[in-house]
Design a protein around this ligand. Structure first.
Ligand SMILES: Cc1cc2nc3c(=O)[nH]c(=O)nc-3n(C[C@H](O)[C@H](O)[C@H](O)COP(=O)(O)OP(=O)(O)OC[C@H]3O[C@@H](n4cnc5c(N)ncnc54)[C@H](O)[C@@H]3O)c2cc1C
Ligand code: FES
Length: 348
């Protein structure tokens, strides 16, 4: 057991044997930004002021050699190897705000709905207490015994009283877990999930117009966020811009039509990159965005999808003046681990 001390607040968190710094913080309710949980995205980077840790295997693009020298580490993979690790963390009034994640929670698969040729929606209902989560968060789902390592899947709905959650899973050719979910997981199966994780949740106290951009199953966390905002009576404009190659890759049209009919402030736009239709926009989001918005400086922006999609949309939003503090992103990074020699992993 090690101790993680947060500087400058001085608060302390216990880190159990084998736990990463990120999971110890989460168990104590602290919302350290994170995305891939695999040392690939750099979201969970913090400065380690003192103490030693095993950095684990991480990508150079997520943590450069210079950053390592300057004391930075990726907390999703870092395990303390000294009694105390002091990390830089927010301000003196840093407060816990996340629900502590639970491990191996049993769910029953209640339905499977093909949404597009490559995306299946899986509905899961908990056997015990519902999972408490913030809209925009994700779970880990897989089964090692079936050769399907746990992977991140965003919850596609706001919390419901019966605890049912929906996952939208894209088939990745040759992908261990997405192929297992598509080909082997059946209605009636009992499966285990862990979570919730992630900080793609925005700040509920910020009231601005909202622009959401998604591609493929990146729609999942966006749906959960929009669902929650509309249900709680959000009055400012909410625009959801969805990018797909062709019309058959556009899904949730019925729900979008319902939200548009019910909430005057909600607008759904779709843009097709490989098909031209009179009733849809045509082209990639960075190309169509300037025609839709002259200025995004007052908007909160939420972007989810592949890392490349997220990068391109983030750049497009910045070019239209979006405020860095109001841009929230969820990149669907792959979670396969690169191999690194032990000597390069030890840091601190
Ligand atoms: C925070 C977060 C949330 C996520 N939410 C979702 C979600 O809601 N729905 C969803 O479908 N996925 C989501 N993902 C991605 C998901 O976690 C897996 O990475 C994805 O399902 C692939 O896992 P796999 O085991 O099938 O493939 P792997 O066995 O990991 O990969 C097999 C091969 O495919 C490549 N590959 C992996 N992913 C992709 C990809 N997306 N496109 C092209 N090639 C790829 C790998 O590099 C590898 O060569 C999310 C990821 C993150 C980090
Ligand atoms: S590098 Fe740690 S969450 Fe992605």
């Amino acid at each position: 057991m090690s101790r993680i001390r947060l500087h400058p607040s001085g608060r302390e968190v216990q880190c159990g044997e084998g736990d990463t710094v990120l999971s110890a913080l989460e168990k104590a309710g602290y919302a350290l930004p994170n995305n891939c949980r695999a040392g690939a995205c750099g979201e969970c980077k913090v400065k380690v002021i003192s103490g030693r840790f095993d950095q684990g295997m991480v990508l150079d693009m997520a943590l450069s050699r210079d950053e390592r020298k300057d004391g930075y580490g990726l907390m999703c993979m870092a395990k303390p190897i000294s009694e105390e690790l002091v990390i830089e963390w927010g301000t003196a009034d840093a407060k816990p705000k996340l629900f502590p994640p639970r491990e191996d929670v049993w769910f029953v698969v209640t339905d499977r709905i093909p949404r597009t040729p490559r995306i299946v929606e899986i509905l899961l209902r908990p056997l015990g207490q519902p999972l408490r989560y913030w809209p925009g968060q994700y779970v880990l789902f897989g089964d090692e015994r079936e050769g399907a390592p746990p992977r991140c899947y965003s919850i596609a709905n706001a919390p419901r009283p019966d605890g049912e959650i929906a996952l939208h899973v894209t088939r990745v050719d040759g992908g261990a877990t997405s192929t297992w979910i598509h080909d082997r997981v059946k209605v009636g199966d009992m499966v285990r999930l862990s979570g919730p994780y992630g900080t793609f949740i925005g700040d509920p106290s910020v009231e601005t117009p909202v622009l959401c951009m998604a591609a493929g199953s990146g729609l999942a966390p966006i749906l959960a966020l929009a669902d929650a905002a509309l249900r709680r009576g959000y009055r400012l404009p909410v625009t959801l811009l969805f990018s797909a190659r062709c019309e058959e890759d556009v899904y949730e049209r019925g729900l979008m039509a319902y939200w548009q009919a019910k909430h005057r402030n909600f607008e759904f736009r779709r843009t097709l990159t490989r098909e031209a239709r009179p009733d849809a926009l045509h082209g990639r989001i960075p190309d169509v965005l300037p025609g839709l918005f002259a200025d995004l400086s007052q908007h909160s922006v939420f972007i989810a999808g592949s890392p490349e999609f997220v990068d391109a949309c983030t750049a497009a939003a910045r070019a239209l003046g979006a405020d860095e503090a109001l841009i929230h992103t969820e990149g669907y990074f792959t979670q396969q681990q690169p191999e690194y020699p032990v000597a390069e992993r030890l840091a601190g």
